[in-house]
Ligand binder design. Sequence first.
Ligand code: A2P
Length: 315
Amino acid sequence: MTVLSPKPSTETAKLNDGSEIPYVALGCWKSSPEDAYNAVLTAIKAGYKHIDTAHIYQNEEGVGKAIRNCGVPREELFVTTKLWNTNHRDPLAALNDSLKRLGLDYVDLFLVHWPVPFKKPASDAEEQFFVKRKGDPTKFDNDYDWDFVKTWELVQKLPTSKCKSVGVSNMSVTNLKTLLNAPSTTKVPACNQVEMHPYLPQHALLKFCQEKGIQVEAYSPLGSTGSPLLKDETIVELSKELGISPATLVISWAVNRKVVVLPKSVTPSRIESNLSIVQLPDDVMEKISLIYKTHPQRILCRDWGVPVFNDEIEA
Ligand code: A2P
């Protein structure tokens, strides 16, 4: 039996614009502002250098406050936030609003959260993220006169003083090809942040992004709420054989594939242990990469009103 000893991850990947991105980040989706504040402080104390948030998570204030209070110089940290669907027509205003909520002068990475422009709500007295279509409350109020290519045309020109790198999220190969082939696209996105875990390894998307110099980031790496991946039979068996926890195994699998990984936790002991990873043997990597064949699953499925996940859960 091989027993591996996990070590805190300090490795970074180089983005196509020259910036360095730490492989293991604290994910903040589904954390309340108070939980996010405490989680970010715990994470940075434990050695994390990379924190991932978004406008829609509604915790930028807590995340930013922790970054400002943590005692680690800002330039040593990598902070990501994301443009919400209602702001596709004005990315600069969205970035400025996020910076205001974060209380920071810049973010390291600004992502277009979804390739799905929504109409701006008539009133933003109470901020509305998921506005419903008039006459059909089962549908979102899509902005069909706009598209993600136009959004990117604006995003790629955002001042680097306010966002060092720019990228996309939830982009399929089909949508990425549309973006990269558009005459208005002059900048290749630095990152594509997508749902990725052993039930959705996205082998073809990863290969495509790696060929194009786009760094892939994995959200919901443990399977999101309740971390279902950690109870998977193969994962449990392999982690026992290697003498590591299921979480360490799954997080290490991502980094071993050169994928930036964003495990979310608000539990101090988990936040601490999730930073430590191992180098996995090739046969273990192979076994984890094949689990989806019997358990294919995308967790975040929704009718967005436009094609988003237009590549099948691929072989
Ligand atoms: P909690 O935040 O209560 O600690 P994902 O990263 O895929 O979004 O998964 C997040 C879920 O996994 C949350 O429910 C989180 O719980 C849980 N989680 C995070 N790290 C671990 C861990 N090391 N062991 C077990 N569960 C974990």
